[in-house]
Design a protein around this ligand. Sequence first.
Ligand SMILES: Nc1nc2c(c(=O)[nH]1)N[C@H]1C(S)=C(S)[C@@H](COP(=O)(O)OP(=O)(O)OC[C@H]3O[C@@H](n4cnc5c(=O)[nH]c(N)nc54)[C@H](O)[C@@H]3O)O[C@H]1N2
Ligand SMILES: Nc1nc2c(c(=O)[nH]1)N[C@H]1C(S)=C(S)[C@@H](COP(=O)(O)OP(=O)(O)OC[C@H]3O[C@@H](n4cnc5c(=O)[nH]c(N)nc54)[C@H](O)[C@@H]3O)O[C@H]1N2
Ligand SMILES: [Mo]
Length: 776
Amino acid sequence: MGDRAGNSTQTASHWGVYRVETDPETHRVLSVGGVPFDPDPSPIQRSLPDVVHGGLRIDRPYVREGYLRSRKASRRGRGAEGFVPVGWDQAYELICEALLEAREEFGNESIYGGSYGWASAGRLHHAQSTLKHFLSLFGGFTEKAGDHSFGAAAGVMPYVMGRADIPHLVVRWNEIIGHTRLLVMFGGAHVKNTQIDNGGAVNHENAHWYAKARQAGIEVVNISPSRADVMDSAGPEWVPIRPNTDTAMMLGLAHTLVSTGQHDAGFLDRYCSGYPQFERYLLGLDDGVPKDAAWASRITGVPEATITGLARRMAGTRTLINTSWSVQRADHGEQPVWMTVALASMLGQIGLTGGGFSIGFGALSGSNLARPAGIPRPTKPIGRNPVPFRVPVGRLNDALLDPGGRLEYNGKVIDLPHTEVIYSAGGNPFHHNLHLNRFLEGWQRPGTVIVHEQWWNPPARFADIVLPSTTTMERNDIAAPAHGKYWIAMHQVVPPYAQSRNDLDMFGELADRLGFGFAYHQNRDEMQWLRHMYDEARLIAEERGFDPPDFDSFWKGEAYEFAVREAEPALFADFRADPDAAPLNTPSGRIELFSETIRSFGYDDCPPHPSWIEPAEWLGGALAERYPLHLLSNQPKNKLHSQLDHAPLSRKAKIGGREPLHITPRDAAARGLADGDVVRVFNDRGAFLAGVRCDPDLLPGVVQVSTGSWYDPMEPGVPGSLEKHGNPNVVTLDKGTSRLAQGSVAQTCLVEVEKCDDPPAVTAFDLPRIVTAEQA
Ligand SMILES: Nc1nc2c(c(=O)[nH]1)N[C@H]1C(S)=C(S)[C@@H](COP(=O)(O)OP(=O)(O)OC[C@H]3O[C@@H](n4cnc5c(=O)[nH]c(N)nc54)[C@H](O)[C@@H]3O)O[C@H]1N2
Ligand SMILES: Nc1nc2c(c(=O)[nH]1)N[C@H]1C(S)=C(S)[C@@H](COP(=O)(O)OP(=O)(O)OC[C@H]3O[C@@H](n4cnc5c(=O)[nH]c(N)nc54)[C@H](O)[C@@H]3O)O[C@H]1N2
Ligand SMILES: [Mo]
């Protein structure tokens, strides 16, 4: 701090790069503004000044009162009890004691450190990495496998295309504008999602590209339960579809292609393996059910003529199919992804510029924008975790509730470990876990839960030991977005709030106490680490033909842009040019439309070729009689997951302080509901309250609530308690997509909605009860 001219400092977040004005005397943040190289900065970050010093910041270490008294015997009080402020020494001692005891009694695998979440941008202070490095040096921990975003796609694609790098399976805008004529989007690509990139969305360009697509005469088809999923400025055609039935729609399109002879038999023969087996299924040769447009229409609710007409258009022009990540975040989510590849293969355009398929085009900023390949990211090495246990990230609760149980996953069987300690930093388990009432049961099983947090949000309130973390505003770092072409200097803007500390420093201190301090921090301070990480990455960049400046110039110059050298070849162009010379990394070297490996697993929930399998819950199933509304819980416009839910931008968008529930005027009228009413959204798993927003742009039978409201139960710590604030995960279904990928099924959920006449007050943004040591 203090090395910047005046009181304007540059830093970055997942939302972008910002200049922050501070008061030189009080060191308070005054305002947050964009930078010249971002044409359309996200407003989310502008909310920060109000909360960075706000009352919800955690000012010092705390311990849950019951834990202070009786340690693990009090675990049922987790979430319900108040917190006692403690000194650092005591907090560190308690943590060391819990870790040592767990290791001694149950082994390192009893420490769950697979902490999932988006934490903050910045390569050095990445909370999960600081935690995992620490626990690895302590002898290891149980780790997570996969992620919530695209778990099903990452599970199946290695068998189909030989790749798991899903965010890179995206055809970029600059190719689309010149070449694509028809853009068919399952689940659309809502521009609000492109405000964000993991590590920093530097240039927000997507709105501009949608307008350009229209000027270029590209036809855009939005196949989604929500009209809003493609911007109006793109002039999209909306094809409303029942949630979770995209595979059936794609099969109907595929059947039309083959039955009218419009499929590319030459492509299927040369580049694919297993098409004949898949075609038998498509034509219904074995099960007697042709997957034709009429069949698909009955399942999807899309008129038969729309399906046959769209198939004809797709075959007649350069077509790009996009399937959004939301579509695969559903029961059997492997299937729409695999079927996207099958459909694109039948069109024969994979590897052609502007043709083929994308998975998650527009799910993030940056992944659909031009950038050179091979940009390294400055990285602090975090060592190797000696414990081999990996639990699929969405199945954590199975491990907590069923230690010693077995879980089938990707051709293997996992023995679920006993969990004695959960150590979490940089994620919100009450945002990313499903069926929170069941999760709460699991969360109360381990002896100790330790959380590092910035705010008194659900993860902090449901912990035993809470350490106060700094925000990005309070530390120096380097941003290197996962899908960008920049390295960004992140300068400390204000001093750390109250007693808060950097995660890195807290783990450094714990490592000292546990006897492996040097291995952890190597006696480097923050700026020494940044310089070291930068220099290492710079060497790699130079080997790859880039020319970033030395660290001091970078730090002063604030951003380094990697030049886009030449047009990148189309996705899979080399494979298309010569599939023998550039085979895919699959057993056959070809696109696998039938996988012998998957067949060998014998999973009936993931057959060896793309298939329609009824989801556990959907509008065409029996449960819809009792719960006739399909709940979609998409990414929030005004925040990133639960981050900054307490800030003004997010709070202004709430209805009576609760998350809006979008419902069609027809479904609202049938229940006597009007805009602004508070409703109870419920099923057999639980209930939450939300505010009604009538929305004609949804398919009737579908309701939608964004994720991100801080979990706010009536009786904290009591499973089954009514949630007052609008957290959809109180009602979502807790199962894996299939035994193959065990991905998240957040979008598979039926509910009913009824008016709530006397709603309890929202308390999500109140402080927890703070108890003095004498009272405890
Ligand atoms: N119903 C439903 N649920 C979903 C989804 C859905 O579609 N529907 N989507 C899922 C998806 S795709 C995702 S990616 C997950 C996201 O789930 P998460 O990534 O767990 O959600 P975040 O709110 O981003 O959590 C980040 C947490 O880290 C904290 N934090 C930020 N910076 C720091 C730091 O420097 N140090 C420390 N110690 N803490 C920090 C924040 O305060 C916040 O509590 O949610 C999933 N949940
Ligand atoms: N502003 C903002 N942007 C974000 C995030 C955020 O929290 N806030 N989170 C980021 C993260 S971590 C991720 S993983 C991505 C996620 O990116 P996505 O998964 O693409 O985003 P969602 O908003 O969950 O879903 C997009 C749309 O899919 C539609 N949809 C849902 N189910 C179905 C279905 O079964 N069929 C069809 N055809 N459509 C369906 C819904 O109408 C929804 O609006 O977003 C990223 N971008
Ligand atoms: Mo995600």
